[in-house]
Design a protein around this ligand. Sequence first.
Ligand SMILES: *[C@@H]1O[C@H](CO)[C@@H](O)[C@H](O)[C@H]1NC(C)=O
Ligand SMILES: *[C@@H]1O[C@H](CO)[C@@H](O)[C@H](O)[C@H]1NC(C)=O
Ligand SMILES: *[C@@H]1O[C@H](CO)[C@@H](O)[C@H](O)[C@H]1NC(C)=O
Ligand SMILES: *[C@@H]1O[C@H](CO)[C@@H](O)[C@H](O)[C@H]1NC(C)=O
Ligand SMILES: *[C@@H]1O[C@H](CO)[C@@H](O)[C@H](O)[C@H]1NC(C)=O
Ligand SMILES: *[C@@H]1O[C@H](CO)[C@@H](O)[C@H](O)[C@H]1NC(C)=O
Ligand SMILES: *[C@@H]1O[C@H](CO)[C@@H](O)[C@H](O)[C@H]1NC(C)=O
Length: 520
Amino acid sequence: MTKMKHAAVTALLIAAAFVAAPLPSAAQNGTFPFFKCGGTPTPYSFPGSSASYRNGTFCSTLAVTPLKNASDPCAKADLRKIEVNINPACDVKNTIVKATINGVPTAVSPSFFVPAGAPEGSVALRLTQLGLGLGNDGDNICITLSAKTPGANACTNLESLCQAPPGAALGTCVAALVDTTLRCCAINEVSPVRPPPRLTCGYIHPRPTATAIFPLTIERRRCNALGTRMINDALNQSSLVGAVMDDRVKPFYNCSNNVIRACWAFNSPADGAKLQAWAKEVVVKWHDYASGLDQSNLCRPWLSGYQLDVVIGGVGTFPDVPLGDINADFTQDAPADEANTVCGPDMSKVDYPKCICNTTVFATRFGVDPWIYMYPGRKRTTTLYCFTVLVVNASDPTSPCGRTDKLFKAEIWGDDKQRQKLKGIAVKPAGAKILTYRSPSWGGPTEQTIKVSQLNWTPQQAHGAQVCLELDSTTDINSFCLYNFAKTCWINFFDESLACCPLYPSNVDPNNPYLPASGR
Ligand SMILES: *[C@@H]1O[C@H](CO)[C@@H](O)[C@H](O)[C@H]1NC(C)=O
Ligand SMILES: *[C@@H]1O[C@H](CO)[C@@H](O)[C@H](O)[C@H]1NC(C)=O
Ligand SMILES: *[C@@H]1O[C@H](CO)[C@@H](O)[C@H](O)[C@H]1NC(C)=O
Ligand SMILES: *[C@@H]1O[C@H](CO)[C@@H](O)[C@H](O)[C@H]1NC(C)=O
Ligand SMILES: *[C@@H]1O[C@H](CO)[C@@H](O)[C@H](O)[C@H]1NC(C)=O
Ligand SMILES: *[C@@H]1O[C@H](CO)[C@@H](O)[C@H](O)[C@H]1NC(C)=O
Ligand SMILES: *[C@@H]1O[C@H](CO)[C@@H](O)[C@H](O)[C@H]1NC(C)=O
């Protein structure tokens, strides 16, 4: 039996008997529903908040909770009608209300009426002959509001339709759920519609360009620093312009290997709109903060070869960012000369090495870790700066350079004028237990070259091997290594023919210069 038939048949059976039943007037007092209601338990309630389909339809889910005491007179009560307290200011003459149960129109259309015994001006809405019972748990009961004449001052939302109880949120509807006998009645407040929160997110994504040498993984502390900055900026600006945030969402951030994402939610799109102009400016600020361009005219070395995408929009997985309450994109919103910033050293200043050989990265299988780590030197006055050699995939393994299977020697671009500051060179092939120290070895006076010759390492010996400069503590790596760029040292690895010498930058990470002793 369908719901419609069920409702209709029940209605037929009981309509005649009860339609004119008088309200028990003895208990009437000045409050909705203006007859004795509540005080005894009944099985029926609307426990959740109402849902809106944004087209004038509002729904609530009926819960049927069997009473603990099966002999209670209301334990087997039906649910015949629902009365709703209506806002006296609502223009009910211009408002059409239709009701459905699980999508099926109710047998009798809802109607407005003036409750007997109610104070002057009181109005209620009645949905009757519902034919609901203990088997209707989870039924979806909806009303659809519309205006009788176009442009009429009708109540087409719950805020204008319902008389909210004192102190309750606008749009709260008070309903009396009444059985056929009129004895089992429950008063239920249905809290107002609130659409689910809409997240707004900021995204920062380092995008590799053709000049990127090293793969990049966003470390936890960079994730924390950037995520916190984005959220603080958004909250700060919101309070500055009076944009209300959705209190159900605690702003959060998280990172994948290559995307930092920070999200928050405005209370409404209108609140978000107050930050639209800000969004287009802040993507530039976040770009400069993330890249380090706010501190110096150079990007952070770890971003060498990368461009930073900075986007604000809805919630998604970068680069699939749907439109949000506010939207901005560094690539489009930054000044044209900045929008294409590729981080990295100024290669026009890299006039090294002085010999002629193929310096292209990945020309051979021998490369370097992007980080230089520091250790104490042999004396209290010296410090070790160590490169870590890595075996990589040659870009063309069949080319003469790509076929190289020996790391013959390494050279480092250093300041010739600081020869005395280089106290020693230490090397340690993979698998060796200790560093082996050598005397410093420099190229000719104009070559600015430190030589680490006669390595002859196989790939097995090279992968993870260390090459270290022992420097006097009165200098530092930034001035010792040329060309004085962001604590970067340039190292190249030669094959036996000396024709192949891929040249790599490696950096001291200013935030994390020392490796734990076990890493040595
Ligand atoms: C009216 O009756 C209801 C239900 O019996 C009761 O909760 C409420 O306190 C009464 N109000 C007044 C003003 O008597
Ligand atoms: C409103 O939207 C709901 C869900 O999309 C739909 O089921 C219902 O028929 C719509 N009502 C009207 C009056 O358009
Ligand atoms: C259950 O309800 C009946 C009828 O009202 C009553 O007599 C009985 O005491 C109730 N039992 C309990 C356990 O409350
Ligand atoms: C918010 O921004 C203002 C103006 O830039 C600044 O003075 C204030 O310190 C910021 N507050 C926070 C919590 O970041
Ligand atoms: C953040 O967390 C969400 C949900 O767990 C995940 O889908 C997303 O990929 C994570 N990282 C980023 C950067 O979006
Ligand atoms: C250097 O090596 C790279 C990678 O093998 C190759 O593409 C390039 O053509 C070489 N350059 C010269 C000048 O031989
Ligand atoms: C080198 O190439 C092999 C085969 O294509 C691949 O499995 C491996 O991951 C590559 N290694 C690196 C460090 O890219």
